[in-house]
Ligand binder design. Sequence first.
Ligand code: MN3
Length: 199
Amino acid sequence: MSHKHVLPELPYAYNALEPHYDEATLKLHHSKHHQAYVDGLNKAEEKLSEARSTLDFSLIKHWEREIAFHGSGHLLHSLFWSNMSPPGGGEPTGLLMEDISTNFGSFEAFKKQFSAAAAAVEGSGWALLVHSKEFKGLRVLTIEKHQDVSLIGAIPLLTVDVWEHAYYLKYQNRRADWIAAWWNLVNWNDVQNKLSKCK
Ligand code: MN3
């Protein structure tokens, strides 16, 4: 038996990220969209457990796809919430700033690359900053949907959701405006903590 995954509580109120992230979108996004990924992940795990007990793996391809989609959706949303905080934004300091400068040339260049990557995601997806032990540093990646990831083994540190459900109520088709607003919410301490765990 595998344990049940649960929706993580937000570390702030639904209205705490206003005006950059509106209460209505945040509430729907967390309580409905993220919950659906948690439910989908639990169902896939349950079906795989059933398959092991009956030794009937005829639907294995379907459930493996489901676990990748919903499981990655759950993990990315959990990261996305913890990456934001009400008095967020600004620039990172200390080791994180040093690492960003080493890997991207400057914070400004990193921010531009990350924003451009997020804006360029085709359809629904994410931009993320990762640490790759194998590449010995930080990289910016994009993900289509939740699971079409472009670098195996990289640890996500910072992510922005650019699915339309993440911004359409307030920003409509203006994805670039959502990305620009999101920078005001970034919790750099959280990113630094996650980077420290990689080292
Ligand atoms: Mn989302």
